[in-house]
Unconditional design. Sequence first.
Length: 333
Amino acid sequence: MDVLPAPPPRPPGWGDPIAQTLELVGARCVLTRGFTFSGAWSLLFPAPGRLKIHALLEGTSWLVMDGTGKPIPLEAGDVVVFAGDRPYVLASAPDLAPVEALPLLKATADPFHHTGPPGTPDVVAIGGHIELEAAGKDLILDALPPLMHMRATTAEAPAARWLLTQAFHEMREGRPGASFAADHLAQLLFVQVLRTYLGEAHTFPAGWMRAMADEHIAPALRLMHGDPARPWTLTELARATAMSRTSFADRFKTVAGVPPLTYLYNWRIRLARHGLRLHDTPVAALAATLGYSSESAFSNAFKRDTGLAPLHYRHAVRTGVVPPPRPPVHGDA
């Protein structure tokens, strides 16, 4: 029996910013509806206001959305993720007049919707959305383009197609644990889409995902995510990237949108919000895990960022009366 090679060793404190960020914002991909189409059809979907996912299992169709230029052909195995701020049309041909999709979908609670005459469908698709906790929506939505299109020809496509097929069967057959299995398959599908787009993240808005995909900056990001409590200096982070302090600081701000130590500060505050929301860790212990020298120093920083002291924030968020999160710091920390 072949023995798999051991993974390469990683330096102490080496983190995975993508995994940590998705966990922090509670990213959860949910597949909600299967679609079958036949004949000529065209459906208009409103701006979803959240991350929406559409995957084609069989057949071909067209996507029309403002800001993307020409209509986009979709083939079996393609997956598209919408950032949520634009309406879009899915159709058998791009020049057909669309009908509104939501009234048709709301007319039935059936997990499968058919458009067109009865019979063997020409197109089979599956749709869903990515749920995000309120405190992390800006982190994800601001980092992604309006549309992500993972084509069936990408390196991740075979894995994505297998995941899609399995999820579709789970939804259709309704076996015990089907919804649980479909949701976890959808999680893996979303990761495959993100992996595809990391290679094109240089076109993304400045933010954590563009920085993670930048081969010059990523080593410093991994260090900060792997050990956020350490008092990282600009010199240490620049050394990890084999760049001078000035070159590193300039490039980091260009791709991440903020200076390196500001990014570290914002990440610590996000970790604090997450910890206070989900756990009962004493404030002093939480402060220590985030690199603050004292509980008062942490409390002052947290209140400056959120408007609430840590314990007040914990109570407010658990009772549902917490105010919206303030924008992250963008200047020098």
